[in-house]
Ligand binder design. Structure first.
Ligand code: HEC
Ligand code: HEC
Length: 347
């Protein structure tokens, strides 16, 4: 009887031990499947990214990207200055209301807003923001072959991106726009570019960008807003665009920044489809270059740019019109590959 009790106790202990071992093993497996406590690549992939083809994570993990001066800083300025800066911001965000085909001040543009391309009134990181303007102008620009001030640069975008005319220097509107742009740059060191400024610089492909591939991505990811014919969609009031045009009569002209495919590709990589950010891009680099090639192969209003790039040897690598000093064709300057950049200007 005593022996039997002992045996029973031993068997029970053995069963407990086995259960304990199984539990420990399961816990260990779960722990290692989660990366053994270390952060894996997977943990840092933002969840909202369309991960169908996209592999890289954020374009920039820096925590010190530029942000605009705060409302507090603005309110410390003189009342009149504050009003002027706020008016400038409104002109950037709602340009068409004042200067579009139904503009209340003058009808001198294609109906786009500066903000269509300079997102969040020129404050979004890698959203073509204005953080570098106040600190780096006046500066020499090879496109004009001259030293340009901010008025000249703003006028350029009115004449090219908005395919129209600019309000004159000294007018209430031009002064307000320049005041606002200057204010945005007041927290950047003179002569410096803040992190996240302007447009994201994409790596070059080692093949030419392909408009045919670009068209199929465009049809999948862009038509819902910009339409199949690239003409965009007007707002209900018809004064402005809900979704701005990408080509056709009301789009930017052939002298505009976006007509260079590196500018277009870098802009959409960090910002389109609308809602994408540098943290959660939704296009692969190849898709961005190919869409840029497609959109810039479609018709745009032409601009007389015969006076641009007066020094041929300073012409930028992706300006698609000759003559060139480097022996490459217009085709290569339009689509790349740009890897032979020793010979193509790439400042
Ligand atoms: C169709 C798109 C588009 C529109 C609309 C547009 N711009 Fe631009 N703008 C650009 C591009 C592209 C650049 C060049 C950015 C680069 O090369 O990094 C640029 C550059 C600039 C710059 C110089 C930025 C720098 O850091 O050197 C200023 C200033 C500017 N734009 C002002 C304006 C103003 C003001 C308006 C409205 C009147 C406007 N832009 C409308 C696309 C646009
Ligand atoms: C959900 C709607 C939507 C989708 C999808 C979308 N966009 Fe846009 N896009 C916008 C809006 C809205 C703006 C203007 C943003 C603003 O004014 O704040 C814009 C602006 C632009 C601009 C600058 C302004 C212009 O008209 O030249 C370009 C270039 C652009 N989009 C390209 C694309 C491309 C390429 C795709 C596809 C990869 C795409 N967008 C997908 C809504 C969209």
């Amino acid at each position: 009887m005593e022996d039997f009790d002992k045996l029973r106790k031993n068997i029970r202990s053995l069963i407990y031990l086995v259960i304990l071992l199984i539990v420990a093993a399961v816990l260990l497996i779960v722990f290692f499947m989660n990366g053994g406590g270390k952060k894996t690549q997977l943990d840092v992939v933002p969840s909202a990214v369309d991960s169908s083809q996209f592999k890289s994570v954020s374009l920039d993990n820096a925590t010190d990207l530029w942000t605009p001066p705060s409302e507090d800083v603005l309110q410390k300025l003189e009342k009149e200055k504050v009003a002027q800066i706020n008016y400038g911001k409104d002109l950037i965000a709602n340009t068409a209301k004042y200067f579009g085909p139904m503009g209340s001040i003058a009808q001198i543009t294609n109906g786009m807003n500066c903000q269509n391309c300079h997102l969040e009134a020129g404050t979004k990181p890698y959203g073509n923001n204005y953080s570098a303007v106040y600190t780096t102008y006046p500066k020499y620009r090879a496109r004009s072959g001259a030293v340009e001030d901010i008025y000249k640069r703003v006028t350029d975008c009115f004449e090219r991106s908005l395919n129209g005319k600019a309000p004159l220097k000294g007018s209430k509107e031009m002064e307000a726009i320049v005041s606002y742009i200057n204010f945005l740059g007041t927290n950047v060191e003179k002569g410096k570019n803040a992190k996240g400024s302007g447009i994201y610089e994409l790596k070059f492909l080692d093949r030419p960008a392909d408009p045919t591939k670009g068209k199929s991505v465009y049809l999948a990811k862009c038509v819902s807003c910009h339409k199949e014919d690239g003409s965009g969609i007007k707002s209900e009031d018809k004064v402005t665009y809900q979704y701005p045009p990408l080509w056709g009569a009301n789009a930017y002209n052939t002298g505009a920044g976006l007509y260079r495919i590196s500018r277009f590709a870098g802009y959409i990589k960090a910002n389109m489809p609308f809602g994408a950010t540098y943290k959660e891009p939704q296009l692969t680099d190849e898709e961005a270059w190919d869409i840029a090639a497609y959109v810039n192969s479609m018709p745009h209003p032409s601009k007389d740019i015969s006076k641009d790039w007066p020094k041929v040897e300073e012409k930028i690598f992706d300006h698609p019109f000759g003559p060139f000093a480097d022996g490459f064709s217009e085709e290569q300057h339009k689509f790349g590959p740009f890897a032979a950049k020793k010979k193509c200007n790439n400042p």
